[in-house]
Ligand binder design. Structure first.
Ligand code: ADP
Ligand code: MG
Length: 287
């Protein structure tokens, strides 16, 4: 499944004194099976863009195509678009509302009109996918769970719709280090199992570790796109936009400043270890 944005501009509250153009002329494609990271400074338009991918927001100008079909055209089933493209909002646990975990996760499939049996099977499947045990969890109140568990329940609610593409708005924000890591492993596992993933992230280390491609937003525009190694080659530009670069890139910059021939474009820990080892073996570095 492919999602294409063609010249998408979104202006909030047009014609009012609060008019604000959040994204401008964005052209991008989400390719089937990729893990796309959406990065950019706060206010650069990431969340606005994410809400266009499943048709929740409608472009003020431009088009959003799902497998070539304009999703805002008459005759396009908007419900089906929302089912195929699952959107996980930032802090999705704030939207839990049912008295039990099972009921919350069942909300989407029930709305699809699935039978009680099929709905229950979907709930089990979704909870399992997020690493929660159905028997332990189903009858508990979501509000007595830990923050990380609540977020998993919220994600399970989206997975219960069996989306082909999962869009997550800063899914690791506000979690403690261990829950963060578990959340990222969970998302990486879903990608490996075949989901297309779009993840908004502030952490360049996470982008370096998991993304197959990244799009960089600046002031509402998509200003860079490419594989992480291409993006992180422009470390100076990212820093100028107020973004971080992965710790490994910072290390590389520092080593080159010191005159060591540490290669550019290395941004993963294991590659850095190999590069340092080969420098050491060649006797070029004083490592
Ligand atoms: P990001 O997710 O990158 O932080 P957002 O998409 O949330 O960026 O916001 C982009 C811009 O749009 C910001 O200037 C923000 O103030 C504005 N904006 C976001 N939501 C609304 C809204 N509902 N009404 C008016 N302006 C908004
Ligand atoms: Mg945001």
């Amino acid at each position: 499944m492919q999602i294409t944005l063609e010249n998408v501009t979104h202006t909030y509250q047009p014609g009012s004194p609060f008019q604000a153009t959040a994204i401008r002329n964005v052209n991008m494609t989400v390719n089937p099976g990729e893990f796309l990271a959406l990065i950019g400074h706060t206010g650069s338009g990431k969340s606005t863009l994410a809400q266009h991918l499943n048709g929740l927001l409608k472009p003020t100008e431009g088009r959003v195509l799902l497998d070539g079909q304009d999703i805002h055209e008459k005759g396009c089933d908007k419900k089906e678009v929302r089912r195929k493209v699952g959107l996980v909002f930032q802090y999705p646990e704030h939207q839990l509302f049912e008295e039990t975990v099972a009921k919350d996760v069942a909300f989407g499939p029930k709305n699809l009109g699935l039978s009680a049996g099929e709905t229950d099977a979907r709930v089990r499947e979704a909870l399992e996918k997020v690493g929660l045990n159905y028997d332990d969890m189903a009858e508990r109140s979501p509000f007595e769970l830990s923050g990380g568990q609540m977020r998993r329940v919220a994600i399970a609610g989206v997975l219960a719709m069996r989306p082909e593409c999962l869009v997550l708005d800063e899914p690791a924000a506000g979690l403690d280090p261990q829950s963060r890591e578990e959340m990222l492993q969970l998302i990486s596992g879903l990608h490996e199992a075949g989901s297309t993933v779009v993840m908004i992230s502030h952490s360049m280390d996470d982008v370096a570790r998991f993304a197959t491609r990244a799009v960089v937003m600046e002031k509402g525009e998509a200003v860079m796109a490419g594989a992480p190694e291409e993006i992180f080659r422009h470390a100076d530009r990212l820093v100028a936009m107020g973004l971080d670069v992965p710790k490994v890139c910072q290390l590389g910059l520092r080593l080159r400043e010191e005159g060591l021939p540490f290669p550019e474009g290395v941004f993963r820990e294991e590659d850095a270890a190999a590069a340092l080892l080969s420098l050491w073996k060649e006797g070029k570095g004083h490592v």
